[in-house]
Design a protein around this ligand. Structure first.
Ligand code: AP5
Ligand code: MG
Length: 198
């Protein structure tokens, strides 16, 4: 199994690139944001609680998202590998993920971190807010709060994987295809290393 984390601030292109990566590599895409929005759509108690926090630009509690990821791993054991998008987002989530993968005798192969300037992030999200229907996209203050949460709680997750030498930074500005090609080249390099041919 080849498991990767696509990392980066809100609006950095994680969802856009995930779609292309899963079609090339046949990964199972696990986006906690998408899972939470599906709970909101189905009006579950978990969805209602999460919506409150998401609309303010805050993270939902660790135990909620860790529980969702744990169930998703159990339901997809025959996959080629998992692509984590928007998870882990705190150090506690990163530690929990390492343990869950260890129980399944696997681990994270690489974290690809998209780098995009704050002004570009805000512009992209405001633009999407016009058509997306995402209530966290149509307010400049909420977008800035999401980015602030990222710096406070999520950025330290990269340090966790840095220690294990698994982080590769990728330029997240440019065309979608340019960024996709850069991501694929890092993934292919890592697959070759793991297979021992380098
Ligand atoms: P989540 O759904 O994960 O949203 P996010 O991280 O805020 O990021 P986005 O999905 O908005 O951006 P993205 O990086 O996927 O970029 P995209 O490809 O869409 O989380 C939402 C909320 O859920 C959180 O705030 C939190 O409350 C909660 N949550 C989720 N996971 C959680 C967790 N693990 N723990 C706790 N809480 C959690 O692109 C953005 C826009 O830019 C699009 O319009 C796209 O078309 C455009 N774009 C993409 N690439 C380019 C490019 N190269 N050039 C120009 N435009 C581009
Ligand atoms: Mg996304």
């Amino acid at each position: 199994m080849f498991n990767l984390i696509l990392f980066g601030p809100p609006g950095s292109g994680k969802g856009t690139q995930s779609e292309k990566l899963i079609s090339r590599y046949n990964f199972k895409h696990l986006s906690t944001g998408d899972l939470l929005r599906s709970e909101i759509h189905n009006q579950t108690p978990l969805g209602l609680e999460a919506k409150n926090l998401m609309d303010k630009g805050h993270l939902v509690p660790d135990e909620v998202v860790i529980g969702m990821i744990s169930s998703a791993l159990d339901a997809n054991l025959k996959t080629n590998g998992f692509l984590f998008d928007g998870f882990p987002r705190t150090s506690a989530q990163a530690e929990a993920l390492d343990k869950l993968l260890e129980l399944k005798k696997t681990s994270i192969a690489i974290m690809l971190a998209l780098e995009v300037s704050e002004e570009e992030l805000v512009q992209r999200l405001l633009k999407r807010g016009v058509t997306s229907g995402r209530s966290d996209d149509n307010n400049d203050m909420v977008i800035r709060e999401r980015i602030a949460e990222y710096h406070r709680k999520t950025a330290p997750v990269a340090d966790h994987y840095h220690k294990a030498n698994k982080v590769v930074m990728v330029q997240g500005e440019g065309t979608v295809d340019e960024i996709f090609n850069a991501l694929c080249s890092e993934i292919d390099k890592r697959i070759t290393e793991i297979n021992g041919t380098v």
